[in-house]
Design a protein around this ligand. Structure first.
Ligand code: BJ8
Length: 439
């Protein structure tokens, strides 16, 4: 596919045809999305006005933003897609390329993936692979390079197969974060990735550009931390679902525009907190979700919890606090190598369950439950994710030691368990409501 031949000044369908997408099946997918979006988001009352921006991005998710990215490609910029929080987006931005998070939250392409991948594989992996092989996602069609990482076994093997369809580079992430050999390996890998981005783009990543990109990404993470901070209030000024939507768009959208819009949302939420305006009544049961990430359009768990009368107040997740908690600290970094070292250090602080040991994560879940005044924790495991499923034992122990109620939910992207899920969540919410009343 020649980049220069793609025109963006036309209707969406013609644009998608040029990208080589499966128009008929894509049409079916796009017909379902507005109905789901309506039932999950637009039935909520008293949403903040500033959320309209994120709604508008989702409602045209395969139109406006892919066209905008393609305009960048037509101007000679490269597009680099990724699947994981270990993706050092700063290096991509520093080279004037476009970092993108790729779709992996929908049930729709899973049947296509299962023609190749084992059925008993995590839905995030199957959905990501399925979107590429079924030609249903414009973002996959746009990417010049995909970047995977050696996190879990299923992903590593899937990236090999994905590489048969599109150039794919797999970042070598060590699985022990607390020893010098691992830290050095990761530092060398991030340096190597800098070279790969430079080669792909034909642009040198200068010290100045890298520091600028780090500053931009730090500001994005600070804006997200700001909106999260408002969720500590009672009543909560915004629903968990709406925050999840913001998080899911954090690596889809243009970084500068997203940061500006997120700071506007933060201002509105801070104002709401001052005025005591909430989306749930004061005293409503407060839930922390901890576990596997929720890629767009995976809204199932938040929707079930919030329709049960509780409110989600924070997410210890890669579509939550794990994305923005740490900033890259370049104060005191005098050389480019020092800057890259700080960048690598920041990423190695992500408490992913692929690490052994990962003792910081139980501590973090307890700390967040206290900070956000959570009445209970819903531990979320995507089906067949052994890493997060097994790590539950330690998280449960840490929460029980603090008398914080917890329930584990293991599910996929289908609706097949929605009745059972609803019953279990409603029972849990009732339990935390009663114990809250007794306190
Ligand atoms: S940094 S959490 S985004 S790896 S859920 S695919 S682990 S079988 S998503 Fe993750 Fe990066 Fe870690 Fe975050 Fe495998 Fe588990 Fe599936 Fe997972």
């Amino acid at each position: 596919m020649e980049t220069q031949e793609i025109r963006t000044d036309m209707d969406n369908e013609t644009f998608w045809r040029q990208l080589g997408m499966d128009i008929e099946r894509h049409g079916v997918l796009m017909n379902v999305l507005p109905q789901v979006f309506q039932s999950v988001f637009q039935t909520q009352e008293n949403r903040p006005k500033s959320i309209e921006y994120y709604d508008s991005v989702v409602m045209d998710i395969h139109g406006k933003r892919p066209k905008e990215v393609f305009d960048r490609k037509n101007n000679g910029d490269k597009v680099i897609g990724a699947f994981c929080n270990f993706f050092p987006e700063e290096l991509v931005l520093a080279a004037g390329a476009v970092p993108l998070s790729l779709c992996g939250g929908a049930e729709f392409p899973i049947a296509d993936a299962e023609k190749v991948l084992p059925r008993n594989t995590c839905p995030l992996i199957k959905s990501s692979f399925g979107f590429k092989v079924s030609r249903l996602c414009p973002y996959f069609q746009l990417a010049d390079l995909l970047v995977g990482e050696t996190t879990c076994g299923g992903k590593k093997k899937m990236y090999e197969l994905l590489g048969e369809h599109v150039p794919t580079y797999v970042l070598h992430l060590p699985h022990k974060k607390d020893d010098a050999i691992s830290r050095n390996l990761w530092f060398e890998e991030v340096k190597k990735f800098k070279g790969i981005v430079e080669e792909l783009t034909g642009r040198e990543i200068t010290d100045v550009n890298l520091r600028k990109a780090i500053d931009l990404t730090n500001r994005k993470r600070e804006a997200l931390a700001r909106i999260y901070n408002t969720r500590k209030a009672d009543p909560v000024p915004i629903s968990g679902k709406d925050i999840l939507l913001v998080m899911q768009l954090a690596l889809f959208d243009d970084a500068a525009r997203f940061t500006q819009m997120t700071n506007e949302l933060a201002e509105e939420l801070e104002q709401r907190v001052r005025q005591g305006i909430g989306v749930a009544s004061k005293g409503a049961p407060r839930v922390l979700i901890s576990g596997t990430p929720m890629a767009i359009p995976n809204w199932k768990l938040h929707d079930t919890i919030e329709k049960s009368g509780a409110v989600v107040v924070t997410e210890e997740s890669c579509t939550g606090t794990r994305y923005f908690t740490d900033l890259v600290d370049v104060n005191g970094a005098s050389t480019t190598n020092d800057v890259i070292k700080s960048l690598a250090e920041k990423y190695l602080n992500i408490n992913c369950a692929c690490f052994t040991p990962n003792n910081e994560r139980p501590e973090d879940v307890v700390r967040l439950a206290k900070e956000y005044h959570a009445d209970g924790v819903v531990y979320y495991v995507l089906q067949f994710c052994h890493e997060f499923n097994t790590e539950y034992a330690k998280i449960e122990r840490a929460l029980k030691a603090e008398s914080i109620p917890v329930i584990k939910i293991e599910t996929d992207y289908s609706d097949s368990d929605s009745g059972q899920l609803k019953t279990r969540i409603e029972t849990f919410v009732e339990m935390i409501r009663s114990s809250k009343a007794l306190r």
